[in-house]
Design a protein around this ligand. Structure first.
Ligand SMILES: [Zn+2]
Length: 126
């Protein structure tokens, strides 16, 4: 058995600066606290990734890895964007909080602020 210096053993590379295998013939560099350089194996990442919480037919949650940025796995709707927004779908009541209404209110409030500031400026000057 021969030890190749290049592939598959990044922890023993002296220039890495992130070695956590001090001693035992490894490097003598201390592990860095910088999260960017911290050694995190792919299996560690896989183990600690968010899990799907969908209830299975046997009772406990699914626990398959959730889709990035979602709470469910690919088999339990994690890749599904959901129903289209609008009066025909979802929890729609009256549209008071629809995207268009929120945008309109934002613009109206900005205009109101502008008028108020003009009044204040006029009162201060005159
Ligand atoms: Zn799932």
């Amino acid at each position: 058995m021969s030890i190749k210096p290049s592939t598959s053993r990044p922890a023993l590379r002296p220039s890495s600066g992130t070695c956590i295998m001090a001693g035992a013939g490894g490097c003598e560099l201390k592990p860095s606290n910088n999260p960017k350089n911290r050694h995190r194996s792919p299996m560690e990442a896989a183990r600690t990734s968010p899990r799907c919480g969908a209830q299975t037919r046997s009772g406990p949650p699914c626990m398959a890895p959730a889709v990035n940025g979602k709470k469910r796995c690919r088999m339990h709707g994690g890749t599904n964007p959901g129903a289209p927004a609008g009066p025909a779908n979802g929890n729609w009541r009256h549209g008071l909080y629809s995207r268009e209404m929120l945008q309109m209110r934002r613009e109206l409030n900005a205009a109101r602020r502008g008028i108020r500031d003009m009044k204040v400026a006029k009162a201060n000057s005159g």
